[in-house]
Design a protein around this ligand. Structure first.
Ligand SMILES: C[S@@+](CC[C@H](N)C(=O)[O-])C[C@H]1O[C@@H](n2cnc3c(N)ncnc32)[C@H](O)[C@@H]1O
Length: 195
């Protein structure tokens, strides 16, 4: 079997994943290909369930993390008649999948989500946060800053789907669908706000 370079083996020995994903739902020796499959199957299952859960609510959808536009394109098919607002600091999606500038917030999430709060306050029915990196500590700090802003965006009984654990007092954690793969993902439903 071809040996991986030393740096790869060292990273694995330190428990660091090259794909940045949570690892406690897949065996240590699972290939990167299988891990990617588990992640994508989980994302599709969670977004499909979220679409059912918000079907009766009125309002826009938010995608945090355009990336290569895989999940954005899935959201476009699930929600052909809703506005989908997309956030990222840079564009690396194929040009055909880049949203119209009117629906695109370019810049650091901490700035753009804050900007969007006024415009979208309490209107968003579904927010998908696909924001994880290989740096867990940095992700935790980002989530700590973003979760209160996301909470302001969300309507009552809306759904947050995230690749990183988030907590807010009015968010109730949901079980993942049975069709999800072996990948950590998080789904929350927002309770009614105290007025
Ligand atoms: C995991 S990728 C998203 C993958 C995408 N959902 C897909 O299905 O192709 C994460 C994205 O979040 C963006 N991102 C990460 N941290 C960010 C930050 N602080 N502000 C803005 N964008 C950020 C990255 O540029 C990257 O495109």
């Amino acid at each position: 079997m071809r040996q991986h370079p030393e740096s790869w083996r060292e990273m694995r020995a330190r428990g660091k994943r090259l794909d940045g994903g949570d690892s406690d739902r897949v065996a240590e020796d699972t290939s990167l290909l299988q891990r990617m499959i588990e992640r994508l199957v989980t994302q599709r299952a969670c977004l499909d369930l979220a679409a059912e859960l918000v079907a009766r609510l009125t309002g826009p959808v938010v995608e945090l993390g355009l990336g290569k536009a895989r999940t954005y394109d899935h959201l476009c098919r699930l929600f052909p008649h809703r506005d989908i607002l997309v956030f990222d600091r840079e564009i690396h999606a194929p040009p055909a999948y880049v949203p119209d500038p009117a629906y695109l917030y370019l810049g650091d999430f901490r700035d753009t989500v804050r900007e969007a709060v006024e415009q979208l306050h309490a209107k968003v029915v579904l927010l998908h946060a696909d924001i994880g990196s290989t740096n867990r500590e940095r992700d935790r700090q980002l989530v700590d800053e973003l979760a209160p802003l996301i909470d302001e965006l969300m309507c009552d009984h809306g759904v947050v789907v995230s690749d990183r654990e988030m907590q807010r007092p009015r968010w109730e954690r949901l079980s993942l669908p049975a069709t999800a793969g072996a990948w950590n993902y998080y789904m929350y439903r927002t309770r009614k706000r105290d007025r």
